[in-house]
Design a protein around this ligand. Structure first.
Ligand SMILES: [Fe+2]
Length: 457
């Protein structure tokens, strides 16, 4: 079935397989790309973005499709190539086979972490490019998007790895965790700048929750232990085996980066879910966390989109201040506009970041927005795209010899509904509302996806 065919049968398909969320069938390489504007010559590297693109055309949930990475290489003011490639996992080699049939050994009830969709994020660390999905090992890929294979840190990694590890801009360490539906439910990991796994520590939590992200500060790693709980009944039905629980306490756990389970200080917060933090930092005795909070998720089902959107639910930009000396929590909503896919510059992870970039949802047929928050007062400016143009997650790339935090560019793929094509947009981060610095146009669409990175040369 082609993408066009799928669009013509949208009545029968769930929301996550329709419109620009539908998968595309072909892997392509293009070298003759149409560019408007001027690509800044200092941008030398590759923008990679991952997303779910089910090979068979079907997946039970948006989060469960096979990972396909779309990349564009820039250099010397030119767009050298575009490529899209599946991450070649056992799921790609066995199309149509249920993941659980490959993933779990029913005799021993153990998991094969080589079995991954590898669909959620793609990062660079220790000279490797890793495609990530939170239920499995990372997958190493090449700068040309060929798959090297599952990466288990020389056999030392024995749990899954989150798709949202944090690279410390000061030490180069990779801070991450793995969660599981079976004990141990949560394991913390720390790898060195050179990619050696230094630490794996079990962390005690109240049950098997879906922990999508974490927060890092200069001195702490923070766990988001929230009421989205693994549900065996749903697991047996296929699909997303996660359900909201009113009984599961919502907590953030603050631990020194090289600490142990006994060092974790837990803070009760108002019930919520947070797929994505914006950032965290230490402020004296306080740990400050910002991110896109929803009041709850998946009480009735794990369906995403398609239904009535409740703007009071979020996601909203939020702040928590956790006082390590008193145990007190202060939290507040910073903005009432729903927004998601928050990012700060890679160089500001874990330290005070003045600016945060997010994607906001198109409403009333208007174009989507990239928002630039000034976190000193939670004010924001927007880049408003034309009607029918939908951007994805904004990725910040610093200018050469950047003189201020926002001296650089914001990159994302944008889908133009009217032509059903996509383009890479390059915005001037210091003047986010201005016309794009450049656009790299493709003759077809890039499906809406998840997360990406700029992998500098
Ligand atoms: Fe994510």
């Amino acid at each position: 079935m082609t993408a066009t065919d799928q669009n013509e049968t949208t009545d029968e398909l769930p929301f996550h397989l329709t419109g620009n969320m539908a998968p595309i069938a072909e892997e392509r390489t293009l070298t003759d790309l149409e560019v408007t504007g001027a690509i800044p010559p200092e941008l030398s590297g590759r923008y990679f973005r991952n997303g779910a693109n089910p090979q068979t055309g079907w997946s039970d949930h948006w989060f469960l499709g096979d990972g396909m990475i779309h990349g564009i290489e820039l250099g010397n003011g030119k767009a050298n190539w575009y490529r899209n490639r599946y991450v070649r996992t056992p799921l790609i080699e066995n199309p149509g086979v249920e993941r659980m049939d490959l993933y779990m050994d029913p005799e021993t009830i153990t998991f094969n972490y080589d079995v991954s969709t590898a669909n959620t994020h793609v990062i660079g660390h220790a000279g490797k490019i890793l495609a990530l999905e939170e239920g499995a090992f990372p997958y190493e890929i090449t700068p040309e998007l060929e798959t090297v294979g599952a990466h288990d840190y020389d056999g030392k990694l024995t749990t899954a790895m989150t798709a949202h590890p944090k690279v410390c801009p000061e030490t180069g360490e990779l801070l991450f965790f793995g969660y599981s539906s079976l004990p141990p439910y949560l394991t913390y990991h720390r790898a060195s700048r050179s990619g050696e796994l230094l630490q794996s520590t079990e962390i005690t939590v109240n049950g098997p929750t879906m922990m999508h992200d974490m927060v890092a500060t200069r001195h702490h790693s923070i766990f988001l232990d929230l009421p989205a709980v693994f549900d065996m009944e749903l697991a047996m039905q296929g699909g997303m085996p996660i359900r909201w629980s009113d009984d599961y306490p919502a907590r953030f756990g603050v631990m020194p980066r090289a600490g142990t389970d006994a060092d974790v200080q837990w803070f009760d917060v108002d019930p919520c879910y947070m797929f994505h933090s914006l950032n965290g930092h230490d402020d004296g005795d306080e740990v400050v966390i910002t991110g896109c909070r929803v009041r709850e998720i998946w009480r009735d089902s794990a369906d995403i989109g398609g239904g009535d959107f409740d703007p009071t639910m979020g996601p909203h930009m939020w702040e928590w201040r956790l006082d390590r000396s008193t145990g007190a929590v202060r939290e507040r909503q910073l903005d009432d506009q729903p927004t998601e896919f928050p990012r700060v510059p890679d160089t500001r992870v874990g330290v005070v970041s003045r600016y945060g970039y997010t994607m906001s949802f198109a409403s009333d047929g208007a174009g989507g927005e990239i928002l630039k928050y000034d976190m000193t007062d939670a004010s924001k400016t927007a880049h408003r795209f034309p009607g029918g143009h939908s951007p994805g997650e904004p990725v910040f790339v610093p200018a050469a010899g950047a003189k201020s935090e926002d001296d650089g560019y914001v990159l994302t793929y944008v889908h133009d509904e009217s032509s059903d094509t996509s383009y890479l947009v390059i915005l001037d981060a210091s003047d986010i509302g201005a016309a794009p610095a450049a656009e790299v146009h493709l003759p077809y669409r890039i499906p809406a996806g998840f997360h990406g990175s700029w992998i500098a040369d």
